[in-house]
Write a protein that binds this ligand. Structure first.
Ligand code: TXA
Ligand code: MG
Length: 344
Protein backbone atom coordinates (compact mmCIF):
# COMPACT_ATOMS: atom_id res chain seq x y z
CA UNK A 1 0.00 0.00 0.00
CA UNK A 2 1.24 3.49 -0.85
CA UNK A 3 1.22 5.65 2.30
CA UNK A 4 0.65 9.38 1.96
CA UNK A 5 3.18 11.11 4.25
CA UNK A 6 1.66 14.41 5.39
CA UNK A 7 4.67 16.38 6.59
CA UNK A 8 2.88 19.71 6.64
CA UNK A 9 -0.30 19.43 8.74
CA UNK A 10 -2.16 22.40 7.28
CA UNK A 11 -5.94 22.48 7.54
CA UNK A 12 -6.19 21.47 3.85
CA UNK A 13 -3.92 18.49 4.41
CA UNK A 14 -5.73 17.43 7.59
CA UNK A 15 -8.95 17.63 5.55
CA UNK A 16 -7.43 15.15 3.05
CA UNK A 17 -6.67 12.78 5.94
CA UNK A 18 -10.21 13.28 7.29
CA UNK A 19 -11.60 12.23 3.89
CA UNK A 20 -9.51 9.07 4.08
CA UNK A 21 -11.00 8.29 7.51
CA UNK A 22 -14.59 8.95 6.45
CA UNK A 23 -14.06 6.73 3.40
CA UNK A 24 -12.98 3.77 5.54
CA UNK A 25 -9.19 4.25 5.37
CA UNK A 26 -6.48 4.27 8.06
CA UNK A 27 -4.63 7.40 9.17
CA UNK A 28 -1.84 7.67 11.73
CA UNK A 29 -2.38 10.85 13.77
CA UNK A 30 -0.32 12.57 16.44
CA UNK A 31 -1.87 12.94 19.89
CA UNK A 32 -0.47 14.58 23.03
CA UNK A 33 0.43 11.13 24.42
CA UNK A 34 1.66 8.91 21.58
CA UNK A 35 0.76 8.56 17.88
CA UNK A 36 -2.52 6.74 17.19
CA UNK A 37 -3.60 4.51 14.28
CA UNK A 38 -7.05 5.88 13.49
CA UNK A 39 -10.12 4.60 11.68
CA UNK A 40 -13.83 5.47 11.65
CA UNK A 41 -15.05 3.81 14.87
CA UNK A 42 -18.49 3.20 13.31
CA UNK A 43 -17.07 1.29 10.30
CA UNK A 44 -16.53 -2.38 11.19
CA UNK A 45 -14.27 -3.08 8.21
CA UNK A 46 -12.06 -0.08 8.85
CA UNK A 47 -11.76 -1.08 12.51
CA UNK A 48 -10.84 -4.66 11.57
CA UNK A 49 -8.09 -3.26 9.32
CA UNK A 50 -6.60 -1.44 12.31
CA UNK A 51 -5.93 -4.78 14.07
CA UNK A 52 -4.42 -6.17 10.85
CA UNK A 53 -2.12 -3.17 10.26
CA UNK A 54 -0.74 -3.44 13.80
CA UNK A 55 -0.73 -7.21 14.10
CA UNK A 56 -2.84 -6.66 17.23
CA UNK A 57 -4.63 -9.54 18.98
CA UNK A 58 -8.35 -9.40 18.22
CA UNK A 59 -9.22 -9.43 21.94
CA UNK A 60 -7.58 -6.12 22.84
CA UNK A 61 -10.13 -3.30 22.40
CA UNK A 62 -9.55 0.17 20.96
CA UNK A 63 -10.03 3.65 22.43
CA UNK A 64 -12.63 5.87 20.74
CA UNK A 65 -11.41 9.45 20.27
CA UNK A 66 -13.96 12.28 20.29
CA UNK A 67 -13.87 16.04 19.67
CA UNK A 68 -15.75 16.92 22.88
CA UNK A 69 -16.78 15.11 26.10
CA UNK A 70 -20.45 15.79 25.26
CA UNK A 71 -20.10 13.65 22.11
CA UNK A 72 -19.77 10.69 24.46
CA UNK A 73 -23.60 10.82 24.82
CA UNK A 74 -23.89 9.40 21.31
CA UNK A 75 -21.73 6.36 21.99
CA UNK A 76 -21.84 5.55 25.71
CA UNK A 77 -23.90 5.83 28.90
CA UNK A 78 -22.26 8.72 30.74
CA UNK A 79 -22.57 9.63 34.42
CA UNK A 80 -22.07 12.52 36.80
CA UNK A 81 -18.57 11.28 37.57
CA UNK A 82 -17.72 11.17 33.87
CA UNK A 83 -18.58 14.85 33.58
CA UNK A 84 -16.69 15.71 36.75
CA UNK A 85 -13.61 14.10 35.22
CA UNK A 86 -14.27 15.70 31.84
CA UNK A 87 -14.51 19.16 33.39
CA UNK A 88 -11.12 18.78 35.05
CA UNK A 89 -9.12 16.66 32.55
CA UNK A 90 -10.67 16.84 29.06
CA UNK A 91 -9.42 17.48 26.50
CA UNK A 92 -6.30 15.69 27.71
CA UNK A 93 -4.56 12.38 28.36
CA UNK A 94 -7.39 10.58 30.17
CA UNK A 95 -9.43 7.62 28.89
CA UNK A 96 -12.66 6.69 30.67
CA UNK A 97 -14.37 3.33 30.24
CA UNK A 98 -18.16 3.54 30.12
CA UNK A 99 -21.04 1.19 29.22
CA UNK A 100 -21.33 1.30 25.42
CA UNK A 101 -24.34 2.16 23.27
CA UNK A 102 -25.33 -0.17 20.39
CA UNK A 103 -23.95 2.15 17.71
CA UNK A 104 -20.36 1.21 18.70
CA UNK A 105 -19.56 -2.05 16.91
CA UNK A 106 -18.20 -4.98 18.89
CA UNK A 107 -15.16 -4.89 16.59
CA UNK A 108 -14.07 -1.79 18.55
CA UNK A 109 -14.63 -3.28 22.01
CA UNK A 110 -13.72 -6.91 21.21
CA UNK A 111 -17.10 -8.09 22.39
CA UNK A 112 -17.11 -6.07 25.64
CA UNK A 113 -20.20 -4.05 26.61
CA UNK A 114 -18.00 -1.13 27.59
CA UNK A 115 -16.18 1.41 25.44
CA UNK A 116 -13.06 3.47 26.16
CA UNK A 117 -13.62 7.19 25.51
CA UNK A 118 -10.91 9.83 25.15
CA UNK A 119 -10.89 13.49 24.03
CA UNK A 120 -7.35 14.31 22.89
CA UNK A 121 -5.98 17.82 23.34
CA UNK A 122 -3.57 17.64 20.41
CA UNK A 123 -4.80 20.18 17.84
CA UNK A 124 -4.15 18.00 14.80
CA UNK A 125 -6.03 15.06 16.34
CA UNK A 126 -8.87 17.38 17.34
CA UNK A 127 -9.13 18.85 13.83
CA UNK A 128 -8.98 15.41 12.22
CA UNK A 129 -11.89 14.15 14.37
CA UNK A 130 -13.93 17.29 13.67
CA UNK A 131 -13.33 17.22 9.92
CA UNK A 132 -13.90 13.49 9.50
CA UNK A 133 -17.27 13.86 11.22
CA UNK A 134 -16.97 10.53 13.02
CA UNK A 135 -15.51 9.11 16.22
CA UNK A 136 -11.98 7.79 15.60
CA UNK A 137 -10.98 4.41 17.03
CA UNK A 138 -7.22 4.43 17.54
CA UNK A 139 -4.74 2.26 19.35
CA UNK A 140 -1.13 3.38 19.66
CA UNK A 141 0.39 3.31 16.15
CA UNK A 142 3.22 0.85 16.86
CA UNK A 143 3.48 -2.67 15.53
CA UNK A 144 2.02 -4.83 18.27
CA UNK A 145 4.57 -5.51 21.04
CA UNK A 146 6.92 -2.62 20.13
CA UNK A 147 7.30 0.58 22.16
CA UNK A 148 4.57 3.11 21.36
CA UNK A 149 5.61 5.73 18.78
CA UNK A 150 6.31 9.24 20.03
CA UNK A 151 7.75 10.78 16.85
CA UNK A 152 7.08 10.83 13.10
CA UNK A 153 10.24 8.78 12.58
CA UNK A 154 8.85 6.00 14.83
CA UNK A 155 5.54 5.78 12.99
CA UNK A 156 7.16 5.82 9.58
CA UNK A 157 9.37 2.91 10.75
CA UNK A 158 6.38 0.88 11.89
CA UNK A 159 3.50 1.91 9.61
CA UNK A 160 4.82 3.08 6.24
CA UNK A 161 3.16 0.84 3.64
CA UNK A 162 0.53 -0.43 6.12
CA UNK A 163 -1.80 2.59 6.33
CA UNK A 164 -3.25 5.17 3.91
CA UNK A 165 -1.68 8.24 5.51
CA UNK A 166 0.61 9.37 8.31
CA UNK A 167 0.43 12.92 9.68
CA UNK A 168 3.64 14.44 11.08
CA UNK A 169 2.88 16.21 14.35
CA UNK A 170 6.44 16.28 15.67
CA UNK A 171 7.31 14.81 19.04
CA UNK A 172 4.46 13.90 21.36
CA UNK A 173 4.27 16.09 24.48
CA UNK A 174 3.64 13.41 27.09
CA UNK A 175 5.42 10.36 25.68
CA UNK A 176 3.38 7.63 27.42
CA UNK A 177 -0.22 6.66 26.70
CA UNK A 178 -3.26 8.11 28.46
CA UNK A 179 -4.34 7.16 31.97
CA UNK A 180 -7.16 4.60 31.63
CA UNK A 181 -9.85 4.42 34.32
CA UNK A 182 -13.10 2.56 34.67
CA UNK A 183 -16.05 4.07 36.54
CA UNK A 184 -18.04 1.78 38.83
CA UNK A 185 -20.94 3.50 40.59
CA UNK A 186 -19.36 6.15 42.78
CA UNK A 187 -15.90 4.63 42.65
CA UNK A 188 -13.23 4.28 39.98
CA UNK A 189 -10.25 2.07 39.23
CA UNK A 190 -7.06 2.94 37.36
CA UNK A 191 -6.30 0.29 34.74
CA UNK A 192 -3.32 2.03 33.16
CA UNK A 193 -1.36 4.91 34.78
CA UNK A 194 -0.35 7.99 32.78
CA UNK A 195 0.42 11.70 33.13
CA UNK A 196 -2.85 12.19 35.02
CA UNK A 197 -1.99 10.52 38.30
CA UNK A 198 -3.81 8.68 41.06
CA UNK A 199 -3.41 11.81 43.22
CA UNK A 200 -4.94 14.04 40.50
CA UNK A 201 -7.91 11.71 40.03
CA UNK A 202 -8.49 11.18 43.76
CA UNK A 203 -9.24 14.92 44.08
CA UNK A 204 -12.25 14.39 41.79
CA UNK A 205 -13.24 10.82 42.72
CA UNK A 206 -12.00 10.13 46.26
CA UNK A 207 -12.99 6.44 46.10
CA UNK A 208 -10.37 5.39 43.56
CA UNK A 209 -8.09 2.36 43.52
CA UNK A 210 -5.23 1.13 41.33
CA UNK A 211 -5.69 -2.26 39.67
CA UNK A 212 -3.16 -4.83 40.87
CA UNK A 213 -1.96 -5.54 37.32
CA UNK A 214 -0.60 -1.97 37.01
CA UNK A 215 2.51 -3.02 38.95
CA UNK A 216 2.37 -6.78 38.75
CA UNK A 217 2.20 -9.47 36.13
CA UNK A 218 -1.38 -10.17 35.20
CA UNK A 219 -2.32 -13.68 36.20
CA UNK A 220 -6.01 -13.84 35.21
CA UNK A 221 -7.25 -14.88 31.77
CA UNK A 222 -9.84 -12.08 31.78
CA UNK A 223 -8.24 -8.95 33.24
CA UNK A 224 -10.20 -5.70 33.69
CA UNK A 225 -8.32 -4.33 30.70
CA UNK A 226 -7.29 -6.90 28.08
CA UNK A 227 -4.11 -4.96 27.24
CA UNK A 228 -2.75 -5.90 30.68
CA UNK A 229 -1.99 -9.46 29.70
CA UNK A 230 0.26 -8.79 26.70
CA UNK A 231 4.02 -8.23 26.60
CA UNK A 232 4.49 -4.65 25.56
CA UNK A 233 6.89 -1.89 24.76
CA UNK A 234 9.80 -4.26 24.18
CA UNK A 235 12.93 -3.44 22.20
CA UNK A 236 14.45 -6.43 20.37
CA UNK A 237 16.98 -7.21 23.14
CA UNK A 238 15.70 -8.33 26.56
CA UNK A 239 15.42 -5.64 29.25
CA UNK A 240 16.36 -6.18 32.92
CA UNK A 241 15.30 -3.66 35.55
CA UNK A 242 17.88 -2.93 38.21
CA UNK A 243 16.73 -1.98 41.71
CA UNK A 244 19.10 -0.29 44.13
CA UNK A 245 20.56 2.94 45.49
CA UNK A 246 22.65 5.29 43.32
CA UNK A 247 26.12 4.02 44.22
CA UNK A 248 25.40 0.32 44.12
CA UNK A 249 23.48 0.61 40.85
CA UNK A 250 26.35 2.54 39.23
CA UNK A 251 28.78 -0.16 40.43
CA UNK A 252 26.46 -2.82 38.99
CA UNK A 253 26.30 -1.01 35.61
CA UNK A 254 30.11 -0.52 35.56
CA UNK A 255 30.67 -4.22 36.13
CA UNK A 256 28.20 -5.15 33.38
CA UNK A 257 29.75 -2.65 30.95
CA UNK A 258 33.13 -4.34 31.47
CA UNK A 259 31.96 -7.92 31.18
CA UNK A 260 28.90 -7.98 28.94
CA UNK A 261 27.77 -6.70 25.59
CA UNK A 262 24.96 -4.67 27.09
CA UNK A 263 23.07 -1.41 26.78
CA UNK A 264 22.46 0.77 29.84
CA UNK A 265 19.40 2.98 30.39
CA UNK A 266 20.08 5.25 33.34
CA UNK A 267 19.16 8.58 34.92
CA UNK A 268 20.94 11.73 33.68
CA UNK A 269 22.97 12.00 36.91
CA UNK A 270 24.42 8.48 36.49
CA UNK A 271 25.95 9.02 33.05
CA UNK A 272 29.11 10.84 34.16
CA UNK A 273 30.20 7.77 36.17
CA UNK A 274 29.81 5.32 33.27
CA UNK A 275 31.24 4.58 29.84
CA UNK A 276 29.26 6.35 27.11
CA UNK A 277 29.31 3.18 25.05
CA UNK A 278 25.72 1.95 24.38
CA UNK A 279 24.50 4.17 27.20
CA UNK A 280 21.27 6.19 27.07
CA UNK A 281 19.71 8.45 29.67
CA UNK A 282 15.99 9.06 30.10
CA UNK A 283 15.78 12.08 32.39
CA UNK A 284 16.77 13.13 35.87
CA UNK A 285 16.29 10.76 38.82
CA UNK A 286 13.37 12.81 40.14
CA UNK A 287 12.06 14.16 36.82
CA UNK A 288 9.33 11.62 36.12
CA UNK A 289 7.70 13.72 33.38
CA UNK A 290 10.95 13.84 31.43
CA UNK A 291 11.36 10.07 31.96
CA UNK A 292 7.86 9.53 30.53
CA UNK A 293 8.68 11.81 27.62
CA UNK A 294 11.91 10.01 26.72
CA UNK A 295 11.24 6.36 27.61
CA UNK A 296 9.81 4.93 24.39
CA UNK A 297 12.26 6.83 22.19
CA UNK A 298 15.18 5.45 24.22
CA UNK A 299 13.82 1.89 24.13
CA UNK A 300 13.58 2.13 20.35
CA UNK A 301 17.13 3.53 20.05
CA UNK A 302 18.57 0.37 21.55
CA UNK A 303 17.31 -1.50 18.47
CA UNK A 304 20.03 0.12 16.38
CA UNK A 305 22.79 -0.64 18.92
CA UNK A 306 24.82 -3.85 18.90
CA UNK A 307 23.72 -5.05 22.36
CA UNK A 308 22.54 -8.47 23.61
CA UNK A 309 20.64 -7.14 26.60
CA UNK A 310 19.65 -3.88 28.26
CA UNK A 311 19.94 -2.99 31.95
CA UNK A 312 17.62 -0.16 33.02
CA UNK A 313 17.24 1.76 36.27
CA UNK A 314 14.05 1.13 38.15
CA UNK A 315 11.98 4.33 38.19
CA UNK A 316 9.90 5.57 41.11
CA UNK A 317 6.38 4.15 41.32
CA UNK A 318 4.93 7.41 42.70
CA UNK A 319 3.05 10.13 40.81
CA UNK A 320 3.86 10.18 37.08
CA UNK A 321 6.64 7.71 37.96
CA UNK A 322 4.01 4.99 38.18
CA UNK A 323 3.33 5.36 34.44
CA UNK A 324 7.04 4.99 33.65
CA UNK A 325 7.33 2.04 36.06
CA UNK A 326 4.29 0.34 34.49
CA UNK A 327 5.76 0.57 30.95
CA UNK A 328 9.32 -0.39 31.90
CA UNK A 329 8.29 -3.37 34.00
CA UNK A 330 6.33 -4.69 31.02
CA UNK A 331 9.23 -4.03 28.64
CA UNK A 332 11.31 -6.10 31.08
CA UNK A 333 8.82 -8.96 31.22
CA UNK A 334 8.54 -8.25 35.01
CA UNK A 335 12.16 -9.16 35.83
CA UNK A 336 13.75 -6.94 38.48
CA UNK A 337 17.26 -7.70 39.70
CA UNK A 338 18.92 -6.24 42.80
CA UNK A 339 22.03 -4.11 42.21
CA UNK A 340 23.42 -5.29 45.53
CA UNK A 341 23.31 -9.07 45.24
CA UNK A 342 23.75 -9.57 48.99
CA UNK A 343 20.22 -8.17 49.42
CA UNK A 344 18.61 -10.87 47.31
O1 TXA B 1 -2.87 7.72 24.83
C1 TXA B 1 -3.51 6.77 24.40
O2 TXA B 1 -4.40 6.23 25.06
C2 TXA B 1 -3.19 6.28 22.98
C3 TXA B 1 -3.54 7.41 22.00
C4 TXA B 1 -3.39 7.00 20.58
O3 TXA B 1 -4.83 7.87 22.27
N1 TXA B 1 -3.92 5.09 22.67
C5 TXA B 1 -3.60 3.89 23.22
O4 TXA B 1 -4.37 2.85 22.76
O5 TXA B 1 -2.73 3.74 24.04
P1 TXA B 1 -3.97 1.33 22.98
O6 TXA B 1 -4.93 0.60 22.14
O7 TXA B 1 -2.55 1.14 22.70
O8 TXA B 1 -4.31 1.06 24.47
C6 TXA B 1 -5.66 1.03 24.89
C7 TXA B 1 -5.77 0.32 26.20
C8 TXA B 1 -5.51 -1.16 26.06
O9 TXA B 1 -4.77 -1.59 27.19
C9 TXA B 1 -6.92 -1.76 26.07
O10 TXA B 1 -6.93 -3.07 26.59
C10 TXA B 1 -7.65 -0.78 26.97
O11 TXA B 1 -7.12 0.48 26.67
N2 TXA B 1 -9.11 -0.77 26.67
C11 TXA B 1 -9.74 -0.31 25.57
N3 TXA B 1 -11.06 -0.50 25.65
C12 TXA B 1 -11.29 -1.07 26.86
C13 TXA B 1 -12.47 -1.53 27.54
N4 TXA B 1 -13.67 -1.42 26.99
N5 TXA B 1 -12.31 -2.08 28.77
C14 TXA B 1 -11.07 -2.18 29.33
N6 TXA B 1 -9.93 -1.78 28.74
C15 TXA B 1 -10.04 -1.24 27.52
MG1 MG C 1 -0.66 0.33 22.71
Amino acid sequence: MQTLLITSPTEANIAKAADIISNGGLVVMPTETVYGLGANALDKNAVTNVYKAKGRPMDNPLIVHLATPEDAELYAYTSENFYKLAKRFMPGPLTVILPKKDIIPYEVTCGLDTVAIRVPSNEIAHKLIELSGCPIAAPSANLSGKPSPTSFKHVVEDMNGRVDAIIDGGKCDVGVESTVIILKGNSAEILRPGLITYEDLAKVIPDITINEAVKNQCTTANPASPGMKYRHYAPSSPVFLVDGGDEETIEFFKEKQQNENCGILCFDEDAKHLSANNLLTFGGHFDEQKQAHELFDMLRRFDSMPVDKIYARLPSDKGVGLAVYNRLIRAAGFTIIKANKTQE
